[in-house]
Design a protein around this ligand. Structure first.
Ligand SMILES: C[S@@+](CC[C@H](N)C(=O)[O-])C[C@H]1O[C@@H](n2cnc3c(N)ncnc32)[C@H](O)[C@@H]1O
Length: 226
C-alpha cells in the first residue's frame, strides 16, 4: 500500500478474521506455555508471563504484526517474558532487550538514557528499528526522556509503544499516563490507546483493587515529523 507521495505504508489490522483467530490461538499458547493448570488460573504471573495485561499485549502484537521480520527493542525487560512473543509470534529477525538491572534476563545492560547505550542502539539498526517497546523508568522525567530519544530511532512507518499509559495504582510511576495524555497524537501516522480494564492488581494478591495499565501505540509517519 502506498500513500499519496508514493511511499510504502503499513496498514495494520486489515487482515481477514481467520488470520486473527489463528493469531489469537498462537498468542494464548505462548502466553500459557510451560505453566501448570493451577498457574494458568492465576491472572498475574510475571515470572512466567510478561508483566502485561494479556488482552492489551495481544492487541498491541496484532497491531504491529504487519511488520515483516521486525527488529525489536524492548526497554526494561524484567524477567524477559516478552521476548518469546517476538520470536514465536512476530518472527522477528532481531531482538534486543535492555535493562539497567544486571540480575534480570536482558540481552544488553545499561541505562536507557546513557549516551553510550543510545549510540550503540542507533548503530545496531542504522536504518531504524521496526518496533520499540518502552517499559523501563516509569517516572515522568524517565518516560519523557525515553520517548524523546527512542522515537528518533524508529524507521518511517515503524512502531513505538509504551506501557502503563493508564497506570493508576502507584503515583511514583505515572510517567507514561501523564505523557500519553499530553502528546500531540496528530503528529503521527496512527495512534492507538490500547486499554483493557483489569480486575486484579499485580502485587497485592487478594484485594479487590483494580490494576489499570494500558499500552500507548504510535506508528511513526512515513515522511518527516512537522
Ligand atoms: C515493569 S519492568 C518491565 C516489564 C517487561 N517489559 C515485561 O513486559 O515483562 C521495568 C524494568 O525496567 C528496568 N529499568 C528501570 N529503569 C531503567 C532504565 N533507565 N534503563 C533501562 N531499564 C530500566 C527495571 O530494572 C525493570 O526490570
Amino acid at each position: 500500500m502506498k500513500n499519496q507521495e508514493g511511499d510504502d505504508v503499513h496498514i495494520p489490522n486489515q487482515l481477514p478474521d481467520a488470520i486473527r483467530k489463528g493469531f489469537e490461538r498462537q498468542f494464548w499458547e505462548i502466553w500459557y506455555k510451560g505453566q501448570t493448570p493451577k498457574e494458568r488460573e492465576i491472572k498475574w504471573l510475571p515470572g512466567k508471563r510478561p508483566a502485561q495485561v494479556a488482552e492489551e499485549f495481544l492487541e498491541y502484537l496484532w497491531l504491529v504484526c504487519s511488520c515483516v521480520e521486525p527488529a525489536v527493542l524492548e526497554i526494561g525487560v524484567a524477567q524477559g517474558q516478552q521476548r518469546r512473543f517476538y520470536f514465536d509470534l512476530l518472527e522477528c529477525s532481531f531482538y534486543e532487550g535492555l535493562d539497567i538491572n544486571r540480575d534480570v534476563a536482558a540481552t544488553m545492560y545499561g541505562d536507557s538514557t546513557d549516551p553510550d547505550i543510545i549510540k550503540l542502539l542507533m548503530e545496531n539498526q542504522p536504518d531504524g528499528w521496526d518496533i520499540i517497546f518502552i517499559d523501563g523508568d516509569h517516572s515522568r522525567e524517565g518516560v519523557r526522556k525515553d520517548f524523546d530519544t527512542y522515537q528518533q530511532m524508529i524507521r518511517p512507518g515503524g512502531f513505538l509503544a509504551f506501557h502503563d499509559t493508564h497506570h493508576d495504582h502507584w503515583e511514583r510511576v505515572d510517567g507514561a499516563a501523564v505523557l500519553w495524555s499530553t502528546i500531540d497524537k496528530y503528529r503521527y501516522e496512527n495512534t492507538w490507546d490500547i486499554y483493557h480494564e483489569a480486575d486484579y492488581t499485580p502485587y497485592h494478591k487478594g484485594t479487590k483493587e483494580r490494576k489499570q495499565c494500558g499500552i500507548g501505540l504510535i506508528q511513526m509517519p512515513v515522511g518527516a515529523i512537522e
